[in-house]
Design a protein around this ligand. Structure first.
Ligand SMILES: Cc1ncc(COP(=O)(O)O)c(C=O)c1O
Length: 411
């Protein structure tokens, strides 16, 4: 059925009814069926976020000169993340998400290199194979070249291989904290040494781990360094709408200094309305996302984030114990809450299809073959159901040796 532009408006009651109907077959994240897309802690946080979002839904984050409230909240949010990650006062910006933050950092690296390395015509980025595709998208948009280098046997970036791939055109090294697929943090310290040696920009994609990772460390887990305390780190992207548990449309990009941040900006005045300066890719941006991030972060405070960190690390512990019981193994040594698991004797990709047929939206990992799991507090009561479905899926596939010869291909 084609739908045209409605001639007459309809009541909210009827729209709501239709929308409820439309989402009846959606992923049931409220029952923990997801392993990506949704970061949800509890209904209380949702209410705070919703109220704050609604209060500023109509205001425009672009107009910080006139919306003093949003300017203040934006400054507070950025400052909170800078404090968390050891950055200098004021050297950061909110953006619409991880991809935009990565874009802004990479644009800064490219423009920095235009000044510092004027001989470079096609600037190159060197990233581990495990990096999120957002960096390829960015390189594509910015006319940069990207080389993906195989990870080491621990599935982390291999700093020696990356250093060996550096050419006179290289401007940027890229690390993840953690990488999405297996949840491992790259050896940022060693990469920082290489970046300094070759005079390169080092970006740390902490889109997943940037907000909650420091709290996991405070709980006593050995989280490797990935913030500005590591020499050589030039910029960090840290998403609020992921492990900051704020509504979508909210990330941060931080720089080692305000001078480095300046390279991310855009400044133009050859049009009728005068000077247009911007530190983001988007123009108009949602006041609601800024306000909700501010409210959620202040609502939770350190205590709230520590509680969430404890919950997700407990889920992971429980999850891993169940994996051992089923003779499945976790790939690598994940540093935070996200894990991926596989098997030498079970065809894990077919198990993933069986899980999906049972209503679990598991995310597959291709290399090495596995299933990814990103715990959030909403998963806690459903781990038992997850493992019942997993056992049934394994039974359906069978434990044979047909998968035993499956080679792990790191490249
Ligand atoms: C490690 C990592 N970086 C970047 C991104 C991109 O973030 P966004 O989808 O918010 O643009 C993601 C998304 O999952 C991610 O996991």
């Amino acid at each position: 059925m084609t739908v045209g532009f409605p001639v007459r408006g309809r009541s909210w009651r009827s729209l709501r009814k239709q929308m409820k109907h439309m989402c009846k077959d959606d992923l049931n994240w409220r029952r923990g069926r997801h392993s990506a897309y949704v970061w949800y802690a509890n209904d209380e946080i949702k209410r705070v976020a919703q109220n704050a979002y609604n209060m500023f839904m109509t205001e425009n984050g672009l107009g910080k000169r006139v919306f003093h409230s949003l300017r203040q909240m934006h400054a507070d949010v950025v400052q909170m993340v800078l404090v968390l990650l050891g950055g200098p006062d004021g050297a950061g910006q909110m953006s619409s998400g991880g991809t935009e933050s990565i874009f802004l950092a990479t644009k800064a690296a490219r423009d920095w290199a235009r000044q510092r390395k004027p001989h470079v015509k096609t600037p190159e980025i060197i990233a581990p194979h495990s990096a999120h595709p957002a960096i390829n998208k960015t390189a594509h948009y910015l006319g940069m070249k990207i080389k993906r280098v195989p990870v080491g046997s621990d599935f982390r970036a291999d700093p020696h291989a990356m250093a060996a791939a550096v050419t006179s055109n290289t401007v940027m090294l890229y690390a993840s904290a953690p990488a999405f697929s297996l949840g491992v943090i790259d050896p940022v310290e060693q990469m920082g040494v290489a970046a300094q040696k070759h005079n390169l920009w080092l970006h740390v994609d902490a889109c997943v781990g940037g907000i909650l990772g420091p709290f996991v460390r405070r709980l006593g887990h050995p989280v490797p360094g990935f913030d500005f305390s590591v020499p050589g780190v030039s910029s960090i992207s840290a998403d609020l709408h992921k492990s900051g548990y704020t509504p979508k449309g909210a990330s941060t990009v931080l720089f080692r200094s305000p001078e480095l941040q300046e390279y991310s900006g855009f400044d133009f005045d050859d049009w009728p309305s005068g000077r247009y300066q911007s530190l983001t890719f988007t123009g108009t941006n949602p006041g609601g996302a800024i306000a909700a991030a501010w409210a959620v972060m202040n609502y939770l405070g350190e205590e709230g984030y520590l509680r969430i960190a404890e919950t997700v690390m407990n889920i992971r512990r429980h999850f891993e114990a169940n994996l051992r019981r089923l003779k499945l193994h976790v790939w690598g040594k994940p540093d935070l809450w996200a894990v991926a698991y596989g098997s030498d004797i079970i065809d894990i990709m077919t198990v993933a299809s069986e899980m999906r047929a049972r209503g679990w939206a598991v995310a597959p990992v291709r290399r090495p073959p596995g299933i990814h799991f990103m715990p959030t507090p909403v998963h806690e009561p459903y781990i038992k159901e997850y493992f019942s479905a997993l056992e049934a899926s394994i039974d359906a596939v069978g434990r044979t040796s047909s998968a035993a010869g499956m080679q792990v291909d790191y490249a």
